[in-house]
Design a protein around this ligand. Structure first.
Ligand SMILES: C[S@@+](CC[C@H](N)C(=O)[O-])C[C@H]1O[C@@H](n2cnc3c(N)ncnc32)[C@H](O)[C@@H]1O
Length: 252
């Protein structure tokens, strides 16, 4: 079976396959790739944001932590980190990559873990876009449990397929067979998800205006990363960025 992150129906099962884990870790996030460059921009921004937003280091709870990418981004800046995932293979990779966290294998249904220590920082990276509505709701239920009120801390979610970005052209003009799985998530979709679970937006930041193709195809491939570096640092970039981080807290 061709393993693709974009297959939504059995999304949770896709990452139980060690082949998918190796591909994610060693190809998608290999040094110099589009994803690893976007991730590095996120790391720099997130470290600055967390140091300003939290008077003391928060306890990080990373839902669908996978290989531990969002935890390693904040290494040394949090009081303690916990990663939660349904895939044993992903968690094994997170441990192999020396992710500084306690890693928890969780079920796809049933009771969710809770922790009442505060301040807390809940991170949900690269999950919402391709997951089913029920998995999105489960991620938000997890966040709401860890952040029961506005003073408990903050939630940071990644949307790596903003429908308002240039990436949308691929959905419109892409190969007809690719439209079957091509997922998009709009700002409005994210706001609706937040509102339904009692969250309100605090901040939004974009991390790439371009898409993977620009980084890998000549003649633009040499120019795309530095251009994108510049553009995506602008405050206004979030509206049209293809990868966006949203910061939210529980409504008062
Ligand atoms: C694309 S990976 C993202 C991993 C990591 N958050 C990152 O940004 O690199 C998606 C992850 O979601 C996990 N996942 C899928 N369904 C889940 C669920 N219902 N509960 C918890 N984790 C889930 C998968 O096992 C996989 O590790």
């Amino acid at each position: 079976m061709e393993v693709s992150e974009e297959m939504r129906a059995d999304y949770t099962d896709v990452f139980k396959d060690p082949g998918a884990v190796a591909k994610y870790s060693e190809e998608t996030y290999a040094t110099g790739t589009f994803s690893s460059r976007v991730s590095e921009r996120q790391r720099q921004w997130l470290r600055g944001f967390v140091s300003e937003a939290f008077p003391e280091p928060p306890v990080q709870h990373d839902f669908a932590c996978g290989t531990g990418r969002a935890i390693r981004m904040l290494a040394g800046m949090v009081a303690e980190a916990h990663g939660y995932d349904t895939s044993e293979a992903m968690l094994a990779k997170a441990a192999e990559l020396r992710t500084p966290a306690r890693l928890h294998l969780v079920g796809a249904t049933g009771e969710l873990p809770v922790d009442d220590r505060r301040p807390a920082l809940v991170t949900v990276f690269r999950l919402l876009l391709n997951a089913s509505p029920s998995v999105r709701d489960r991620a938000m239920d997890f966040a709401a449990g860890m952040l029961p009120d506005a003073d408990a801390g903050l939630l940071v979610c990644e949307n790596h397929g903003n429908a308002g970005s240039i990436r949308h052209l691929k959905a419109v003009f892409g190969r007809p067979d690719s439209k079957r799985w091509f997922a998009e998530l709009s700002h409005a979709d994210v706001m609706e998800l937040f509102a339904r679970h009692g969250f309100e937006l605090v901040a939004r930041q974009g991390f790439t205006m371009l898409t993977q193709g620009f980084y890998s195809r000549a003649p633009l491939s040499w120019l795309a990363p530095p251009l994108d570096d510049l553009a995506s640092r602008r405050r206004w970039s979030a509206a049209a960025a293809s990868d966006v981080l949203y910061v939210a807290r529980r409504r008062r």
